[in-house]
Ligand binder design. Structure first.
Ligand SMILES: NC(=O)c1ccc[n+]([C@@H]2O[C@H](COP(=O)([O-])OP(=O)(O)OC[C@H]3O[C@@H](n4cnc5c(N)ncnc54)[C@H](OP(=O)(O)O)[C@@H]3O)[C@@H](O)[C@H]2O)c1
Length: 275
């Protein structure tokens, strides 16, 4: 297996960078799926896909920005066809828990005729340390339209471990893993954990979906705000208030806890302000 090439789409992102690093450490030949890679991969330029998939045995598929964006399903379907033509054996799809569009993409991959593993993840803990909520943690106010909903927030390191296993071990063939953290946490509890880890005040401010939409519009325009608000309305309505057993089933160990994530990220300087 180690002499086979594995494509990691999103290899500069939160999950993909970790997956690429683990695979390289274990001696696998990694092809980086990024617009900046030597052989570039661009979701917006389908003509780049065949070269990126050429000679690849398995591929990790992390879509950007989100499977809920218009055209995502069509692109996933087209990618499965290019992958099949290139002789790729297995796709490992990252999908989002409770998202109807993501579930449609899962079905496309499952019916593609290729071998596959579906990794359906809950909210990433690293949204607070590497994503759009990092600045809010630094400012001391985490504003999310989540009310009192609790989320089984997952450490991206666990998603990476599950994906690496799925890319490199046959026993994960045709498996569907719901990958969550080990407990449900309200956003007020997450803020308290972040405050404890950083030694700075951090509090949760529940906001309305309209306020979320307004903030997203300012940051990325109306179209992006529309899609992310729709996703938030979907996944923050309480449907995800349960634990998944994906980490335990795939890896034979419990998922990492948010407290450990927050303390480790703080120790690594995730919330150190630039001088
Ligand atoms: N964040 C969460 O809580 C969460 C939860 C469940 C599922 N997900 C899913 O995780 C996936 C990744 O989301 P994320 O926000 O965490 O992003 P991310 O993986 O941290 O970062 C973005 C990645 O996407 C790549 N990218 C951006 N535009 C691209 C394009 N046109 N073509 C190819 N690659 C492109 C970037 O590569 P280059 O810039 O190097 O090209 C980078 O590697 C999404 O599908 C999302 O739905 C996220």
């Amino acid at each position: 297996m180690q002499n086979q090439t594995i494509l990691v789409i999103g290899s500069t992102g939160k999950t993909g960078s970790r997956i690429a690093a683990i695979l390289a450490e274990r001696g696998f030949s990694v092809r980086h799926g990024s617009r900046k890679a030597a052989i570039p991969f661009d979701w917006e330029a389908p003509e780049t896909w065949a070269a990126a998939l050429d000679g690849v045995s398995s591929a990790y598929v992390s879509y950007f920005p989100d499977l809920a964006f218009p055209g995502a399903s069509e692109k996933i379907e087209a990618l499965t066809k290019v992958a099949a033509e290139a002789g790729v054996k297995r796709l490992v799809l990252l999908s989002g828990r409770g998202e109807s569009h993501a579930q449609a993409a899962e079905a496309i991959v499952a019916k593609s005729g290729l071998d596959y593993t579906l990794v359906r993840a809950s909210w990433f803990a690293q949204n607070f340390s590497e994503g759009y909520l990092r600045d809010q943690v630094l400012d001391g106010i985490v504003a999310v339209p989540a009310g009192t909903v609790r989320e089984p927030i997952v450490d991206v390191d666990d998603i990476a471990d599950v994906a690496v296993a799925a890319l490199t071990e046959d026993r994960h063939s045709r498996q569907f893993y719901e990958v969550t953290g080990p407990r449900l946490l309200g956003f007020d509890e997450m803020a308290a954990e972040l405050a404890a880890a950083t030694g700075r005040p951090v509090r949760y401010m529940p906001i309305t979906f309209d306020a979320f939409h307004a903030a997203m519009t300012e940051a990325g325009g109306t179209f992006v705000a529309d899609v992310f608000t729709a996703i938030s309305r979907e996944v923050l309505d309480g449907r995800n208030e349960s634990l998944g057993d994906g980490v335990q089933r795939a890896l034979g160990r419990a998922p990492r806890d948010f407290t450990d994530f927050a303390q480790a990220a703080a120790a690594q300087g995730a919330w150190r302000k630039a001088a």
